[in-house]
Design a protein. Structure first.
Ligand code: C2E
Ligand code: CA
Ligand code: CA
Length: 395
């Protein structure tokens, strides 16, 4: 507990005194109390994951809901515990709102506070920090903008293997953020922030350049993989994208038919005119197009037929556990049939265990991607990994 820093916010002096005494008894290293939201928010360190705020819901100057919204907007990465005398439903909706803001909301405590419950919650934050570090952290726009000038974004690569032969066919590049204090952070922390603030295109371009550079290194080491990149619709609203991509691929001597652009199904309808122009040109240059997260939106078949896609990636929601979930199973089966009827390659995402593998293999899916094969890894590990995987697969 001595590493934790807890800030208590309540407009009642008595509650502050009692809570402070409890926290001292638990051995919490740093304790601060505040009677007003404004002074508390000033004192918070937004980037300290070990800081926890215990926040009253009913306060005169700024209520708890406003405090939570503010913390969400500022990307507070510590823990939040709601204190209240309100009923359970109100508490639940506040907790849900906090989570929707990507806050690490640990839960709600009734007043008067019960020592054991408070202790359990603090233990919980310690556990959540070591188990799933900073999963719910959002980068701030400033951090993102600054990071894009210093190569903070790096691609990790997740293999895709042939369902029948096990051969490593390609990799998908997945963005990671190298954070000075927090280490490697996943895309949930920054892709949406980038999309909302016109930073997704520079991010995509960096991902592409770095991935092409890595492809060249792999190829020089003797392996020839297809390279899938996630492209946001925002970047496709730019007519110059195909020319830029071609020039960049040529700079690293990467054949264009090794490239696959993954587009999320739910975004396909946005600005269809520009998009189909850009997609058609990519296709004419032999760059392949893939529909990502298939099954999660109500795809319209017409569009799938009109746009020049050559690959369909079935969302992991319909893959993992499909052998014992009739709903997933049916979507999986029909998606594969649809793809085959349109001459598209199928990739199953989220294959986590042998039953998943067997199930998608039985349906005739072409490629497999998932934790059962491998988690995403840094580019310099791919060659050795592929050798080991293929040797093990033959056994
Ligand atoms: P996605 O394109 O659907 O990528 C697959 C995600 O599923 C990856 O998460 C991957 O690590 C995860 N995954 C792979 N196998 C399994 C499995 O067996 N089980 C489970 N539970 N998960 C698995 P990740 O890397 O966190 O990426 C999340 C999403 O962020 C991606 O989903 C993609 O939509 C977005 N993203 C990642 N990199 C980029 C990028 O460079 N640009 C854009 N625009 N979006 C990106
Ligand atoms: Ca993808
Ligand atoms: Ca996907």
């Amino acid at each position: 507990m001595k590493h934790l820093s807890v800030l208590v916010l309540d407009d009642d002096d008595f509650i502050l005194d009692v809570t402070q005494a409890m926290l001292e008894n638990m051995g919490v290293g740093h304790i601060e109390t505040h009677l007003s939201a404004r002074s508390a928010l000033k004192a918070l360190d937004m980037s300290n994951p070990l800081q926890i705020i215990l926040c009253d819901l009913n306060m005169p100057d700024m209520d708890g809901v406003e405090v939570i919204r503010y913390l969400g907007q500022q990307g507070f990465i510590g823990g939040v515990v709601v204190l209240s005398g309100e009923d359970i439903r109100t508490q639940h909706s506040v907790v849900a709102m906090g989570r929707a803001h990507h806050l690490n909301l640990l839960g709600a405590l009734n007043k008067p506070i019960n020592t054991d419950e408070l202790l359990a919650m603090l233990e919980n934050i310690k556990a959540s920090i070591s188990k799933k570090p900073y999963a719910l952290t959002l980068l701030s726009v400033d951090e993102l903008r600054a990071g894009l000038t210093t190569d903070a974004v790096v691609p990790y690569f997740q293999p895709q293997v042939d369902t029948l032969t096990g051969k490593v066919i390609g990799v998908e590049a997945l963005a990671r953020w190298q954070h000075k204090q927090l280490g490697i952070i996943g895309p949930a922390a920054f892709i949406a922030v980038a999309e909302d603030n016109d930073l997704i295109t520079p991010l995509t371009y960096q991902m592409i350049t770095q991935s092409l550079k890595q492809w060249r290194i792999w190829n020089d080491e003797g392996i020839d993989l297809s390279l899938s990149i996630n492209v946001s619709m925002h970047s496709l609203n730019d007519f110059s994208f195909p020319d830029w991509l071609v020039a960049e691929a040529q700079a690293f001597a990467v054949p264009l038919d090794r490239l696959v652009m993954e587009l999320t199904e739910s975004h396909l309808s946005d600005n269809i005119l520009v998009t189909s122009d850009v997609l058609t040109r990519l296709c004419l240059k032999r760059i392949r197009l893939s529909v990502d997260d298939f099954g999660t939106a109500y795809s319209n078949m017409e569009k799938l037929q009109q746009l020049p896609f050559s690959e369909l990636k079935i969302d992991r929601a319909f893959v993992h556990g499909a052998d014992h979930n009739p709903h997933s199973h049916s979507i999986l089966k029909h998606s594969i049939e649809l793809a085959k009827s349109l001459n598209m390659i199928t990739v199953a995402e989220g294959v986590e265990d042998q039953p998943d593998w067997d199930c998608v293999a039985k349906q005739g899916c072409d490629l497999i991607q998932g934790y059962f094969v491998s988690r995403p890894m840094p580019g310099d590990q791919i060659v050795q990994w592929a050798k080991n995987w293929e040797a093990d697969f033959k056994k």
